[in-house]
Design a protein around this ligand. Structure first.
Ligand SMILES: [Zn+2]
Ligand SMILES: [Zn+2]
Length: 350
């Protein structure tokens, strides 16, 4: 079997390099890639060679949403054994800074997050047929959940964290989610789990709205075909997952006085107008949600026990050897929600 490592060298330059044999150290595990979801940041690295001000300065293996199967475990990797199915946590907070010690490790000052050019040398990601990680990064799962579903733990954790930032308990609340991509849809799923009485999702495409309904949205609408007054003041909470200035404006109109808006999506870095006086006059709480903390463990648990069903979000899987094709498919939002790559030796199920 020819094993490969998928590396982005620069804009539009994705190279499948042969993978040298790997041997885990005592505290490490060798993982066979089960499924790896292609996320917006992976696409930005591929299509633009950068994500905002994180520029690819050396070959970068993308991928931070992955499941796998343990192939070998180091002598100190307690409780782990070859053959185990695992969710992989891509986050390495330092554990010592004020944010970590205050229970907000997603805000760690010395974060090392896999598949990111935010640090140099870059934090290499998981789009490789085999990779090595510290044993603390894996969570074994013994239910019949598929590797493809388990790879949704990371984006689902983003949705769960957004809901935590909105207050956690949404019992009786009306919630708007702007953007029906993977993150928006999983924000809707998380809001339903948190007890929301009504979850509405809007987008500018029909296909993602259909998917959002399948994973829990009570109501969907086309934001580009709906009069701004229709939903004015209707919602207690808005989760902005489109990363578009117009979506943020919709949130500001759609939440009631004293409502909460959580910014989950990444907005343009420059040239954005923000009507801050609405925040003042209507006493809106405008909060950020960045990645997740303990919610990753919650996401694994919900998925493993099928308390949520993410299967409608999975558009297609490709063998890692067809990574470039997979990236192109993932970039086309008219026909893709989540596209995954699958490591050599793991099943292509979708
Ligand atoms: Zn992601
Ligand atoms: Zn820290």
């Amino acid at each position: 079997m020819n094993l490969v490592n998928c590396r982005i060298h620069a804009k539009e330059s994705l190279v499948l390099e042969p993978l040298a044999p790997l041997e885990p150290k005592p505290d490490e595990v060798l993982i066979r890639l089960g499924a790896g979801g292609i996320c917006g940041s992976d696409l930005h690295y591929f299509l633009e060679g950068r994500v905002g001000n994180f520029v690819v300065r050396e070959p970068l293996t993308p991928g931070h949403e992955a499941s796998g199967v343990l192939e070998a475990v180091g002598s100190n990797a307690k409780g782990l054994a070859p053959g185990m199915k695992v969710a992989v946590n891509p986050s390495h907070p330092c554990g010592r800074c004020a944010a970590c010690r205050g229970g907000r490790e997603n805000l760690c000052e010395r974060m090392f997050f896999l598949g990111s050019a935010s640090v140099f040398p870059h934090a290499q990601g998981m789009f490789a047929d085999r990779f090595i990680l510290g044993s603390r990064q894996v969570i074994p799962v013994d239910t019949d959940i598929s590797l493809g579903e388990l790879a949704f733990a990371e984006p689902f954790a983003v949705g769960l964290h957004a809901v935590q930032r909105a207050g956690g308990n949404l019992t009786g609340k009306r919630v708007l989610v702007t953007g029906a991509g993977t993150i928006g849809a999983l924000c809707a799923t998380a809001a339903k789990l948190a007890g929301a009485a009504e979850v509405a999702v809007c987008d500018v495409l029909d296909r993602p709205l259909e998917v959002a309904r399948q994973v829990g949205a009570d109501l969907t609408f086309r934001s580009d075909q709906t009069d701004a007054g229709t939903y004015a003041g209707r919602f207690d909470v808005a989760l902005e997952a489109a990363g578009h200035p117009r979506a943020l404006t919709s949130c500001l109109d759609a939440v009631r006085r004293g409502g909460v808006i959580v910014q989950v999506g990444t907005l343009p870095h420059e040239g954005m107008q923000f009507p801050a006086n609405l925040v003042m006059q209507r006493e809106i709480d405008y909060r950020g949600a960045f990645r997740w903390g303990i919610e990753f463990d919650w996401a694994v648990d919900y998925l493993a026990r099928r308390k949520v069903d993410v299967r409608p979000l999975l558009t297609r899987q490709y063998p890692l050897s067809q990574a470039a094709e997979a990236f192109r498919h993932a970039a086309d939002k008219t026909r893709a929600t989540k596209v995954q790559v699958v490591g050599a030796g793991s099943p292509v199920e979708f």
